[in-house]
Structure formats: C-alpha cells, structure tokens
Design a protein around this ligand. Sequence first.
Ligand code: 13P
Ligand code: ZN
Length: 285
Amino acid sequence: MKVTEAKFVQDFIDLADEGYRMGWHERNGGNLSYRMKDHEVESVRSRFRFYGEWHPIGTSVPGLAGEFFLVTGTGQYFRNIRKDPESAIGIIEIDETGENYKIRWGFIENGFPTSELPTHLMNHEVKKRVSGGKHRIIYHAHTTNVIALSFVLPLKDEIFTRELWEMATECPVVFPEGVGVVDWMVPGGRAIGVETSKLMEQYNAVIWAMHGIFCSGETFDLTFGLMHTIEKAAEILVKVMSMSHHKTQTITPQNFRDLAEGFHITLDERFLFEKPDKSIPGTKE
Ligand code: 13P
Ligand code: ZN
C-alpha cells in the first residue's frame, strides 16, 4: 500500500488540515506525532527506505524502543501537509536503546522530524505506560486564546483548570483530570520535554506559557477534540475578561460535585477550592 493511502496517514493529515483551519498553525507552528500499530507498520513496510543513519533523539526513551512514529517535519507548514505529505511528514523508527531514530519514509528534500521530538517522545513514553498502551497521539498547537490567558492568569494548574472548567459545563467531562501548566521555557529541547512529560503522568493536556498546548489522546478525534474544547473554553474566558474583571455568576464547586455524580467522573477537590470573591485571578488592579 502507498503510505499516503493508509487510513492512519489520512487521519493524521485531516487533523493537521483541521488545526490549520482553526488558526492554530501559523507558519511552521505546531507539530504532531502518532505511535503506529504493528499492523500499520507491516501494511506500509514495503515502502520503507533501508538506508540512512541513526540520529540522536536528544533524550532517552527506552520505553519506546523499536516503535515507529509518523511525525511532522521541522520547519514544515501544516497548511502544506496535504499538498506534499512526503516532504512535510515522515515515519521514524526508534532503536533498541531508545536514544536514536532513523527515517524510514518521507522527509524527502532533506527534511527532519520536528524540533519538539524530545517532548513528543517523552510524552509518548509516559502516556504509553500510564494508559496501558492506549494513547497514541501527541499534538502541539499554538492556540491563540490559551496563549493569551497565559499572560494574565497565574501559571498554576489549579487556576487554569478551574477557570477553564467554569467556562463550559462539559469541560470537566472532557478533561476531568484538569490541565497542567509549564512556565515559560526555551522550546525545542530536552529540558522542556522533561517538565512536560512529568505533567503528562496525570494530565492529557499541558499548557506551555506564552507558547501553546500539548495534548495526548487515544485517537485523532479525541486528541483534536480535547485541544478544541480547551481552546474554546479559553476563548470564552477571554470574552468574559474583555467585558468584566469579575463574574456575576458562575458554576460553583458544589455544581461541579453534582456534575461529577451525574456524569460518573471524579473531579479532584484540589480544583474545587472556595474563591475569596468573584474576580478573575490575575485581573485585579
Ligand atoms: P517545528 O517546525 O520544529 O515543528 O517547530 C514548531 C514549533 O511549534 C516549535 O514549538
Ligand atoms: Zn510550538
């Protein structure tokens, strides 16, 4: 089978297109990776290149030894992925030490995987372990409203989670575990990957202050849906904040407890703290 005809490749490209249309991928902003299933590797193996060198990943992910990933290329524009997938995306194999990768398909024209490969792979390693192998997708997007909030809200998991939850009743149902927040750091290396993957132990979404978000999920739909839900909640909060520094009414901690019961979800009490007043954190003069 041609690699570009495989369903997982089509789904990957669809997500990239959709994310571009949402306005989350200016220029080469954002990146995407998918941990392939064994039968998917076999279905396209005849198209693999068997030459090429091993390249250092820049970190160590022994939990991913021998795995294959479809990933976006560094410097590649999401808007071009459908037009020219063989340049913009590629399949890499991880060696048995978990420290090197080899390009097996794609990245023609001397391309390489995303500069955020260390973060993607460290997140995959954590998620593969904690989800019992179910999570396969890591998606990084430059979501406008989440980025805007990171200039104003205090950079705390509890505050971002609570404020986003309050913006739409279904938010705690979509991300009951909350969201993590990483303070500003230099992107593109191991250090930010270490901080992000620590938070991925408990969250499926981690915000990078003044930069964007990383989401993890089992399927392309669930991962995109998580990104979309968080960014929409952030957009509502930005609109609320543009009208007022405080909420006249909101969803209360007891409302959340009732919701948890009705939807059979667990919401950590850490996010259901009492607030001193109705002002939005970070907005008081
Ligand atoms: P890449 O082009 O290397 O994927 O980088 C884009 C990006 O969003 C960095 O955080
Ligand atoms: Zn980025």
